[in-house]
Design a binder for this molecule. Structure first.
Ligand code: NAD
Length: 353
């Protein structure tokens, strides 16, 4: 076995149907006396419910989280936290809301309780993102790590099938790239394979029967695993492309992941044979890339960049942007091959062996 360093931060996880009822206890455990509850506008009700549960330990609700954490939103939220004398943050929602909590914590070091309701996995990572002047920058800082994560499947039954499907494919992408990451190790590989296995079985049920609590619980468990390996390893060409397409071409984050993942996997097919075998086996498929594509189709997730707003004339620029800096990936990153990957993703063809 090759040598490795496994540096896993510890996060308290409270998991299960009804665990939302334990929010006040969990906040108290962190010493919270004035918690600010964050959400998107669409989830204001859930945020108000959280504040009610916190009772006198709630400082207020801030329901203005939006995708990709614009710097102006982060500043306004930090000002609100300061004005209200917040001593902690409760983020209820997906990566957008948790991302806002991280942006506040980055400056203030306020402790975060995350209550994820999508599967994108941000709650388990020290990765933060901020968008300024249309450019999204990401970084890692342990100050933004949640202290406690509360996973309650009951809170996810209202998540629309499309969000479930695409954020689930986002989680799948973390697992896939962790399996061939330079800094992966035997533990992250076990977690990633289990993540793929659980997500592949749970997501098709979640999108057809949104109130199926067992499947919702399994999908959250998969998201937890996926977020853990995202936080512990360095991602490759897939995440690089998604970051480029989302950041510079304004495409929707989770949808881009769903579309690109089969093609990024096919791109690395010959260069990471062990990872490919593990992925295919976890999916119960003949081939990793084909299996991922078939799962996306089954979930009703988008499969072509052309269907989510990408213009064909922008593919050259996207390939240039995604290849101008060096980064880790099993197969070397070159303009021509990445351009072909994008062409395939644009058309949404099944990535046959
Ligand atoms: P999201 O947070 O943007 O949510 C998607 C939509 O689902 C929103 O409209 C939201 O209001 C809705 N929604 C969420 N929960 C709901 C519920 N219970 N009922 C009804 N509707 C609900 O989606 P996401 O895909 O989780 O997050 C995407 C963002 O997260 C991107 O900005 C991405 O870059 C970031 N992200 C960060 C990390 C990290 O480690 N830092 C990891 C993954 C994603």
């Amino acid at each position: 076995m090759r040598a490795f360093v496994h540096d896993q931060p510890s996060i308290r996880v409270v998991f299960g149907v009804g665990s939302f009822d334990r929010l006040a206890d969990e906040a108290r455990r962190l010493g919270a006396q004035r918690a600010l509850v964050l959400s998107t506008a669409g989830q204001r009700r859930a945020a108000a419910d959280a504040a009610r549960r916190l009772d006198s330990a709630a400082a207020g609700v801030y329901a203005k989280a939006v995708m990709h954490v614009p710097i102006e939103t982060a500043r306004a939220a930090r000002d609100a936290a300061e004005r209200l004398g917040a001593d902690s943050l409760i983020a209820i929602g997906g990566g957008s809301t948790i991302g806002l909590a991280k942006a506040i914590a980055l400056e203030t070091a306020l402790p975060i309780v995350a209550i994820p309701t999508t599967y994108s996995g941000s709650e388990m990572t020290s990765i933060y993102g901020l968008t300024e002047g249309g450019v999204k920058k990401t970084g890692r800082d342990r100050r933004v790590l949640a202290k406690t994560v509360v996973y309650d499947p009951t809170l996810t039954v209202t998540v629309p099938p499309r969000v479930s499907a695409t954020s689930g494919m986002n989680a799948m992408a973390h697992c896939v790239e962790a399996l061939y990451a330079r800094d992966g190790d035997p533990v992250t590989s076990v977690l990633a394979a289990e993540g793929i296995r659980v997500l592949a079985r749970a997501l098709p049920i979640v999108v057809t029967a949104p109130a199926h609590l067992d499947a919702r619980g399994d999908a959250l468990y998969g998201a937890w695993l996926a977020g853990t390996v995202l936080g512990a390893t360095t991602m490759g060409v897939h995440h690089k492309l998604c970051h480029t397409l989302g950041g510079s071409f304004d495409l929707p984050h989770a949808e881009v992941h769903a579309v690109v993942l089969p093609h990024a996997t096919a791109f690395n097919r010959g260069a990471a044979p062990d990872a490919m075998r593990t992925i295919a086996s976890a999916l119960g498929a003949r081939d990793a890339a084909e299996g991922i594509y078939d799962l996306a189709v089954r979930l009703g997730a988008p499969t072509a960049l052309s269907a989510i707003g990408m213009r064909h004339e922008d593919l050259d620029r996207a390939a240039r942007l995604a290849t101008e800096n060096r980064y880790d990936n099993p197969r070397p990153i070159e303009y021509e091959s990445v351009r072909q990957l994008l062409e395939d993703a644009y058309r949404g063809t099944r990535p046959l062996v």
